[in-house]
Design a protein around this ligand. Structure first.
Ligand code: PFF
Length: 450
């Protein structure tokens, strides 16, 4: 017998799970290093604008599609546009989620490696050069990198196979607030180091002359990546939501939390980068190299580092769960008897797809496709091409295929008034979002340069 579709058990549960999907490597690991390589403050400002005027309306659109249809990422599009191929948006989202999770699990593995190193005491008392060297040699070791990636995928599979709701809901409610607190402690230390001004200036002072078209595309990709928008993951999560929930409010809370965590990550990292003489453009290793150096300068630093890494790992898991959940939900179509098998098979396939990424900093470092290692290529493809393309399709689909009355009905549930806000959202999703995404793409391919 087909079991009934699961639902989130509480309002807060949904909010925490959706915030858990959003907050992860994007805000904590990727954001500081992309700011670092894309020129600092100007990038941050553009990222903020994209997040508020493009990311937020997109998140709301995904919520409306999910809750409005109460279906998985593929069936949702079929529900609103039967007999058409708009369901390709969901299919693309699922394929893209596989690619993203494959390299995401590699970075998840790095956190596990660091956790082991921190617990064993090997991360304390090193100097600047030694921290970089340690990170590079750890992730270059093929056995360590692949084993850690495997452990990360294994835990993701075990939890998703159980059905995320109860476990994730409960754990998220404790871990998310704890993560905020851990960040505050870290920032206090970082801001009391010598030479803080330069780091703050780099991070927050917008110097537009350093902003390239590529950096603008990265800012767009980063805002989608950090909000989990574009792959229909949020369609899937909101499909488990009751009709009473106030969607605009949930979306706004998630966006604010996400911006706040990105800001905290930047404030924690950049003052330390400059005080210790690291390079802001160090790339994907930035956080891993700078963090232990900051913690090392605190009393009980290694204890705090372990706590921080645990929370960071948890934030990464809650995003990974959502990436696997969208795939499992679309294949099982709500039939929970198939969940376990489907989760194991897809999870293992994703692990295998991720192996070349895990080896990208070691044995495969010279293996390049389009001039990029498998790790860089997957990241680039997901962040800067697949997410914006997915978002563009969803922005076109929503006003075109969902009747305005239905959009309004989903928008206004749980609130009083809201007509003006709805008109603003509709304007953004119908015109501003698609036009802005297209302009950013055209700019990158050089259409506006003479
Ligand atoms: N938002 C997640 C993070 O910032 O780590 C990553 C992510 C999850 C992106 C789910 C896209 C997605 F669909």
């Amino acid at each position: 017998m087909k079991q009934q579709r699961e639902q989130w058990s509480s309002k807060l549960g949904f909010l925490m799970a959706a915030a858990g999907s959003a907050i992860g490597l994007g805000a904590i690991w990727k954001f500081p290093y992309v700011v670092g390589t894309s020129g600092g403050g100007a990038f941050f400002l553009i990222f903020l604008l994209f997040t508020l005027f493009i990311g937020l309306p997109m998140l709301l659109a995904e919520f409306i599609i999910g809750r409005g249809s109460q279906k998985d990422a593929i069936t949702a599009y079929r529900t609103f546009a039967p007999g058409t191929r708009w369901d390709l948006i969901g299919i693309m989202g699922i394929i893209s989620s596989c690619i993203l999770l494959a390299f995401y699990s590699v970075v998840g593995g790095w956190i596990i490696i660091y956790l082991v190193e921190a617990i064993s005491g090997r991360l304390s008392g090193l100097d600047k050069g030694e921290y970089s060297h340690l990170f590079n040699s750890l992730i270059a070791n093929p056995t360590v990198a692949v084993a850690a990636q495997f452990v990360f995928m294994l835990i993701t599979i075990l939890i998703v196979a159980k059905g995320v709701q109860k476990g994730i809901e409960r754990a998220s409610q404790i871990m998310m607030p704890a993560l905020f607190i851990a960040f505050i402690i870290l920032i206090i230390r970082s801001l009391t180091l010598s030479d803080v001004g330069e780091g703050i200036k780099f991070f927050l002072y917008p110097n537009f002359s350093s902003l390239s078209s590529k950096a603008i595309l990265y800012a767009l990709g980063q805002s989608f990546f950090a909000l989990s928008v574009g792959f229909s993951v949020m369609v899937t999560y909101s499909s488990y939501l009751s009709k009473k929930e106030n969607l605009p409010k949930s979306a706004t809370i998630i966006v604010i939390m996400n911006i706040f965590i990105s800001l905290l990550a930047g404030l924690a990292i950049f003052p330390a980068v400059f005080s210790f003489g690291f390079k802001p453009a160090a790339g994907p290793g930035l956080l891993f190299v700078v963090l232990p150096a900051v913690f090392d300068k605190m009393p009980f630093g290694m204890v705090f580092l372990v706590i921080f890494l645990l929370l960071f790992l948890f934030a990464t898991f809650t995003s990974a769960f959502s990436l696997l959940e969208i795939i499992v939900a679309a294949i099982t179509k709500g039939d929970n008897t198939k969940r376990k098998k489907v989760t194991w098979i897809t999870g293992m396939i994703i692990f295998i797809i991720g192996i070349p990424s895990a080896l990208s900093y070691g044995v495969l470092s010279d293996f390049k496709i389009f001039g990029k290692t498998p790790f860089d290529l997957s990241d680039y493809l997901c962040s800067n091409i697949l997410l914006p393309l997915g978002a563009l399709s969803i922005a076109i689909f929503t006003p075109l295929k969902i009747p305005r009355k239905k959009l309004w009905e989903e928008f206004k549930a749980g609130m009083t008034g809201g007509r003006r806000l709805f008109a603003l959202w509709f304007l953004l999703i119908r015109y501003i979002v698609p036009i802005a995404i297209i302009i950013v793409f055209l700019d990158v391919i050089g259409v506006f340069k003479w």
